[in-house]
Design a protein around this ligand. Structure first.
Ligand SMILES: Nc1ncnc2c1ncn2[C@@H]1O[C@H](COP(=O)(O)OP(=O)(O)OP(=O)(O)O)[C@@H](O)[C@H]1O
Length: 299
């Protein structure tokens, strides 16, 4: 894990409790993410998902612990790490295209104006935006179109790590479904690593290689790492037919409905590290007859 592309080592976050003391959001959390992986994190409100994401983005410092990317400790924001929030955060005075070229030109200062523009147009096209729409300002676009611009902008900058904080939270279900598939399309052609917060179990199964499950806070922990044993490319309409789909889904629902509370609030022993347990659920014939339906292996 310490050799992973992204290595989260003994991360602890405490905040003042407003009564002169402090409370611990999570303690000694340790996990790794490999290059090119798409990892989603699921957990109840307040368990510390956004706190972890802000630390990975370099927007805030943990109370203790370190995050390393490519072996180097993260400190402060960097163009190597792109963030997409739920509220789009586009520059309102620029067109959709200019919102993308703005970042690309900063990231690749040696490129000609034409190269920057062609590259940006190609990424907008991948998320289904072309023609007139790319010359409109954010206020003239729908919520779904704005979020497409945010995603195109983040991928066009080619950061090593993309952090997505509930990017589809504000969208209606139909738009959400289309953009999820566009996101997969734009990601699958790259070796970019994605870490995404979502509250939507089906979205996480569709998108992720692995889902990290957090117990409830305070004193939350990343308890499990559930492998999504459904081959890619995945389509929303097809994956529900896969023999592993409902087995994985039920496991996630059980965790969030029950075990996230049962496992919550455990104080660590001095110096203890909390690494998630790997959970692999495979009901396909390739899994082998002798294999149990659910394997839980400590990493
Ligand atoms: N700057 C801060 N000062 C004090 N407490 C904070 C601060 N930021 C977050 N918290 C607290 O830390 C805990 C974790 O917050 P965080 O936003 O990371 O949770 P979350 O899992 O992302 O929740 P949600 O799913 O609702 O977005 C919460 O109890 C929150 O109130």
């Amino acid at each position: 894990m310490a050799n992973s592309f992204l290595s989260i080592e003994k991360l602890t976050q405490r905040y003042p409790d407003g009564k002169g003391g402090e409370f611990t959001v999570f303690e000694n959390a340790s996990f790794g993410i490999e290059k090119g992986e798409f990892v989603c994190i699921l957990g109840h409100s307040g368990c510390g998902k956004s706190t972890i994401m802000n630390i990975l983005a370099g927007l805030s410092e943990p109370t203790e612990g370190v995050v390393k990317m490519d072996g180097f400790a993260i400190s402060g924001p960097s163009l190597d790490r792109g963030v997409v929030f739920q509220n789009y955060s586009l520059l309102p005075w620029l067109t959709a295209l200019k919102n993308v070229t703005f970042g690309v030109a900063a990231r690749f200062p040696d490129w000609t104006k034409k190269k920057v523009e062609d590259h940006s147009i190609a990424f907008l096209d991948k998320v289904g935006l072309s023609g007139d729409a790319i010359h409109r300002k954010p206020s003239q676009l729908s919520g779904g179109m704005r979020q497409r611009v945010s995603i195109a902008r983040a991928f066009a900058n080619e950061p090593k790590l993309l952090l997505l904080d509930e990017p589809f939270g504000a969208l209606d279900a139909l738009t959400r479904g289309t953009i999820q598939e566009e996101l997969l399309k734009v990601w699958s052609g790259t070796d970019q690593t994605v870490f995404m917060i979502t509250h939507d179990i089906d979205e996480a199964i569709l998108l992720a290689d692995r889902i990290l499950l957090m117990t409830n806070g305070p004193l939350a922990r990343v308890a499990e790492s559930v492998e999504i044993t459904i081959p890619r490319p995945r389509l929303r309409t097809d994956i529900v037919e896969h023999p592993n789909y409902y087995a994985i889904r039920n496991h996630l629902v059980q965790f969030l409905g029950k075990r996230s509370a049962e496992l919550a609030g455990q104080v660590s022993a001095e110096g203890e590290t909390h690494s998630p347990e790997t959970v692999r659920i495979d009901k396909t014939e390739h899994a082998g007859d002798a294999q149990p339906l659910l394997q839980a292996v400590k990493t």
